[in-house]
Design a protein around this ligand. Structure first.
Ligand code: URP
Ligand code: ZN
Length: 455
């Protein structure tokens, strides 16, 4: 593949902003240097009008997720392409075993399913029950390069864990030096509220949100933080949506607990008035947790700036309008999830960096470096330094675009961000040294990504 020079780059990493030249040799960054002679390169790109950023890592996506309403509408090929077009060069998806299936077996199946991915990827593996075999099974996953497990406190009728099972997973993960990702919502109470609303004839999407109040998220956050402290387990709380949850996370961090937390662009930018519309409109926003109040949006921005939140993932899990229609007469049948994998960077740059809610270096931390560090991918991914994979974004800070279902790459017939204006975009994206995206066109040759065993 040879050598590429990206010259005159304005480089932003979590620790530095500086001007230099990036030398790529095959898949890797060979050198970042002030001085360079321009001979001996197969290609030279002048990056003087761009910002050079590390390729971003989305720590939370659900591609080709099986549900009663069918698979989430992006498979590994379409979802990874959408990610790439938005500047995400690595993602972490999930392994959810069928009842009775071993975690290690489910992992192997998921690795095969993901072979069409254009991007390097890994998985969080979900113990969905606790049996005599689970501890050994988790250890086997660790041997296969899995350092993070995901548990659900919601969805108690299917994959959600009891408190006892949750405690066992945390204890086992701690012994393995692994981290546990948790979907923190009190599942039993939510199921009770949902049943009550439906029995009263309240079947519209609004009642999805009313059955999942912020108190039930905060209560679950508090509970799992205490359990993680007791078991000395490192914790990562996914898709934090509410100001009340942040208070518990802030306190735990102040007490020195090893806890990380994630939010998503939709919890920063959208709020629960979206549920006050007809079925077709409001069902688009059915996700768990639901959208909250504008005060929560504000609290989440502040928590990104003060370090209470560590990452921004997307929880990308789109369903088409036809799939959402499954819940016309009962909100519980609407598949939960929204798409956003390709808009994470432009949204966070426009509404975070340009509105001075976060710094440019903070942006790099949230979308790339922190996910890499937390999930054992650093420094191969998530940074620009000699020896790292040459996953590089050349960001055009001046571009203006409007998000629309009509021009998105993700496979869905709507966008929850329809009509929102964005500034800046990844005009060029390199994957392991090869230029794959140029001016909003995929110019790659269908190069496939790899499963990344983690340490
Ligand atoms: O509504 C959501 N978040 N759907 C995806 C699955 C999950 O709960 O993370
Ligand atoms: Zn999720």
């Amino acid at each position: 593949m040879g050598k590429t020079l990206i010259k005159n780059a304005h480089i932003v990493t979590e620790s530095k902003v500086f001007d230099a030249n990036i030398v790529i040799n095959n898949h890797k960054i060979e050198q970042i240097t002030d001085s360079i002679t321009e001979s001996n390169f197969d290609s030279i790109i002048d990056a003087s009008s761009y910002i050079a950023l590390p390729g971003a890592i989305d720590p939370h996506v659900h591609l080709f997720l099986p549900t009663p309403a069918g698979y989430s509408s992006d498979d590994f090929e379409s979802g990874s392409l959408a990610a790439l077009m938005g500047g995400t060069t690595t993602f972490i998806d999930f392994v959810t075993p069928l009842a009775g299936q071993s975690l290690a077996m489910a992992l192997q199946e998921r690795i095969s399913e993901a072979q069409t991915s254009l991007l390097d990827h890994s998985f969080h593996v979900s113990p969905v029950s606790w049996t005599d075999a689970t501890a050994k099974d988790m250890k086997e996953c660790l041997k296969q390069g899995i350092t993070s497990f995901k548990v659900y406190m919601a969805y108690r009728k299917t994959i959600g864990l009891s408190d006892e099972a949750l405690f066992n997973v945390l204890k086992t993960a701690a012994a393995l030096n692994a981290i546990v990702c948790v979907h923190a919502e009190s599942g039993d109470q939510i199921d009770g509220l949902a049943e009550h609303f439906v029995s009263q004839g309240h079947t519209q999407p609004l009642y999805h949100s009313l059955s999942r109040p912020d108190d039930l998220e905060a209560q679950a956050v508090d509970k799992v933080l205490n359990m993680a402290a007791q078991t000395h387990c490192a914790l990562y709380i996914v898709h934090v949506s509410s100001a009340k949850s942040l208070q518990h996370i802030r306190r735990a961090k102040q007490n020195g607990q090893l806890v990380y937390a994630e939010t998503c662009p939709h919890y920063l930018l959208l709020s629960d008035e979206r549920y006050q519309q007809d079925f077709t409109e409001s069902s688009k926003y059915v996700m768990s947790p639901p959208l909250r109040k504008p005060q929560d949006n504000q609290a989440l921005w502040e928590a990104l700036a003060d370090g209470t939140l560590d990452t921004v993932g997307t929880d990308h899990c789109p369903f088409t309008l036809t799939q959402k229609d499954e819940g016309q007469h009962d909100f519980r049948k609407i598949p939960n999830g929204i798409g956003g994998i390709e808009h994470r960077l432009t949204l966070l740059y426009t509404y975070g960096v340009l509105k001075q809610r976060i710094s440019l270096q903070g942006f790099v931390q949230l979308v790339a470096t922190n996910p890499a560090r937390i999930f054992g991918l650093y420094p191969q991914k998530g940074t620009l330094q000699a020896g790292s994979d040459a996953d590089i974004i050349l960001w055009n800070p001046n571009a203006r675009r409007i998000i629309s279902a009509g021009n998105q790459f993700q496979n869905c017939d709507y966008s929850i961000y329809e009509g929102m204006e964005t500034r800046g975009y990844p005009e060029m994206v390199f994957l392991k040294g090869k230029l794959q995206v140029k001016n909003n066109n995929y110019i790659g040759d269908n190069l496939k990504g790899n499963f990344l065993p983690r340490k």
